[in-house]
Design a protein around this ligand. Structure first.
Ligand code: FES
Length: 91
């Protein structure tokens, strides 16, 4: 079963991605605004990965795998229409 939502708040990552784009919210502001991550917290690393990669569905991954995914991801800007534009990270 793919990980594609905050189960506690019943909000899909696709919806979170849209909210982040429409309201120009970063990670902390998105969690504060939606309440995601405030119960069991299991969705938190996946939401970080979603914001870093633009992906909205993940296999079950360890925190280390998710961290590696975030570090290796290009910077992704999610637009209000749900599309994303990637740019390489600057060193
Ligand atoms: S799954 Fe998001 S707080 Fe529990």
């Amino acid at each position: 079963m793919p990980i594609d939502r905050c189960v506690c708040r019943q909000i899909q990552f696709e919806e979170l991605r849209d909210i982040a784009a429409e309201e120009s919210l970063g990670f902390e502001a998105l969690l504060d605004s939606t309440g995601c991550g405030s119960s069991c917290g299991l969705c938190v690393p996946y939401i970080q990965a979603m914001l870093a990669t633009g992906r909205t569905s993940f296999p079950v991954m360890s925190p280390r795998e998710l961290e590696r995914m975030c570090k290796g991801a290009a910077t992704t800007e999610v637009k209000p229409d749900g599309t994303s534009q990637s740019a390489s990270k600057q060193q």
